[in-house]
Design a protein around this ligand. Sequence first.
Ligand SMILES: C[S@@+](CC[C@H](N)C(=O)[O-])C[C@H]1O[C@@H](n2cnc3c(N)ncnc32)[C@H](O)[C@@H]1O
Length: 306
Amino acid sequence: MNKSELFKSISNDLKNRLHLLEDKPEETIETTLKALWFTAAGFPVSAEGARKLSIPDLTDKQIKNLHQLIEIRLNNTPLAHITKRQNFMGIELLSDKRALIPRKETELLGRKALELSNRIVKSRGKINVIDVCCGSGNLGVAIAHYNTNCHVFATDISQEAVELTQDNINLLNLNQRVQVKQGDLLSVFETDEYYEKTDLIICNPPYILSSKVQKMDSEIASNEPVLAFDGGMLGIKIIQKLISEAPKYLTIDGWLIFEVGAGQGSFIAQLCERSQLYQQIESVSDDSGNTRVILAQKAKPVYSQS
Ligand SMILES: C[S@@+](CC[C@H](N)C(=O)[O-])C[C@H]1O[C@@H](n2cnc3c(N)ncnc32)[C@H](O)[C@@H]1O
């Protein structure tokens, strides 16, 4: 059987057996098989990264390896944990059990944050950015990669996530402009050195209701860290804390930008407004019309008049 016949025959088999997830739209039968094919050949690549590549010939040993990888995938192991790769905003990153697999939907936050960083750079030159709840470091490293005027401080409560972020910083050679530290929300910045020094805080927080976390698809629930999803009883525990604590670290006119769950947008925009800590609040919707990103600019200080 030549490689096209083999590809077709495996694709047909996968049509009946592969369970695809809504929140990983880049994973189709074709891109999954291509990513596994390249991984079996010794060149691991993500589904997105494999999309436009032509598959190479495989040796008999590599074909055997491919069949084994397919069985692992069919046994509910996420594709990104087999290839150890996930593409985010066009960048091939390392991905594994240590942190959430970056989702395509988070690219909306990534693109808006990048736009905002470019806007701020125009008026201020070099800027400081915090990526809090950094997971694999996808948002922070993407911003630093595309905007060379940004210095990024990344942080996550999970030591394993911090280690994966460090691996991605090393992979992209960003050690000079991206640092990562472990801590609860913004606690690692709790010193004068960081107060009012950050131009932009980016966050993709956990925002799923605790009661829904256990009901997530088993592929996700049994392979990705629960810490990445659990936003407490109402799903907004971390977001509430972020809204109240971010201004302490933001420069005058600095921005907070974060992702919210579908359906949470208007309530969370109201929380920002009611806090009176922000002067301008904007919402960004996805293609289905759901608010998925909130931008909030720190309010100007009110000085007492004598
Ligand atoms: C939804 S994931 C986002 C990961 C990554 N930024 C992304 O976009 O794929 C949320 C992350 O928040 C982290 N996290 C949860 N609670 C936290 C806290 N109190 N302080 C800091 N990080 C926290 C989790 O470990 C997880 O890595």
